[in-house]
Design a protein around this ligand. Structure first.
Ligand code: MLT
Length: 313
């Protein structure tokens, strides 16, 4: 027994691969679906907290965490964690930025085909006993233009796959060096040019102040009426009211959304809209990615607790 046991609280399902690693060095409590007040009440007992995207790690949680030294995010986006409050208290925030990139990219490609070939609508029609081969004529993706907004790890994986499908790929990313884009066979353009040119627009930016409502009414108006919008990044990046309006007015062909400004979305128009295909934030939900993310975040949390990792996020 150690003189003072390190205690870790996990508030959302974490694959066994990660839990096993954590248990080698600490006492681990799993409290899934814990109400916010309860989290605030028990957090003083823990040295580390591990969450996915469902737990809101707000200032009150962080300030109640008297012994809290590390917050681990089993995934990429840290928009559910109050980073400023954590920094103020010297708490390290670590994420798992690599293990679920391919899963997110694969989901974006899956959603592209879902909208291009009307797969969900056709499946639903067959479930109703219908057999209609004319209503669901789709659109090819070969020789079409894929526009990638945000060219980080996920955007890069989407680009490789789109290139493999015979698409021309445009990217918008204020931080991407032109040489890196060229090396990947991608043309770096302005956001306006991308929106006006692409047939499929896929979003891969984090939700931060500068990307909130990035795809607003004005930018939706730049898109072609035949274009499709795909979002597996974060809901807050798209103005959902403006999106619905653009679809209703025939200024956009369709959209595929895996993420919503509020999850689950209270706005029922999103999941029921005939031109929107939805999935419940499944971008990272493959068995492989969940094992990878659990291991990656567990290692980062343990390293931080041992003092081997400097604050990065
Ligand atoms: C991520 O940020 O890694 C994904 O959205 C997956 C998740 O929220 O767990």
């Amino acid at each position: 027994h150690r003189p003072t046991t390190t205690r870790i609280l996990v508030t959302e399902p974490l694959a066994e691969s990660g839990l096993a690693l954590l248990r080698e060095e600490a006492e681990v409590d799993t409290r899934y679906k814990i109400p916010h007040e309860e989290l605030v009440r028990i957090i003083p007992e823990y040295d580390a907290l591990i969450v996915r995207s469902g737990t809101k790690v707000t200032r009150d949680v962080i300030e109640a965490g008297e012994r809290l030294r590390v917050i681990g995010r089993a995934g990429t986006g840290v928009d559910n964690i109050d980073l400023r409050a954590a920094t103020e208290r010297g708490i390290i925030v670590v994420n798992a930025p690599t293990a679920n990139c391919i899963a997110a990219a694969e989901h974006a490609i899956a959603l592209m085909f879902a909208v291009a070939r009307n797969i969900p609508q056709a499946h639903q029609a067959m479930q109703r006993g219908e057999w209609d081969r004319h209503r669901f004529v789709g659109t090819a993706v070969v020789d079409k233009v894929m526009g990638i907004v945000g060219f980080g790890r996920v955007g890069g994986e989407v680009a490789r796959r789109a290139r493999g499908l015979g698409m021309r790929v445009l990217a918008y990313d204020p931080y991407l060096p032109r040489e890196r884009a060229q090396a990947l066979g991608v043309e770096l353009v302005s956001l306006e040019e991308l929106l006006a040119t692409a047939d499929f627009i896929s979003l891969h930016v984090p939700l931060v102040e500068s990307t909130r409502n990035l795809i607003n009414a004005e930018r939706l108006a730049l898109m072609k009426p035949t274009a499709y919008l795909i979002n597996v990044a974060r809901g807050g990046v798209v103005d959902e009211d403006a999106l619905i309006q653009a679809l209703d007015e025939g200024r956009l062909a369709g959209a595929a959304l895996d993420v919503f400004s509020e999850e689950p979305p209270r706005d029922t128009r999103l999941a029921t809209h005939p031109k929107i295909v939805t999935t419940p934030h499944l971008g990272a939900s493959t068995t492989e990615a969940q094992i990878g993310v659990a291991t990656e975040v567990a290692r980062a949390v343990l390293m931080s607790l041992r003092g081997e990792l400097a604050p990065t996020t």
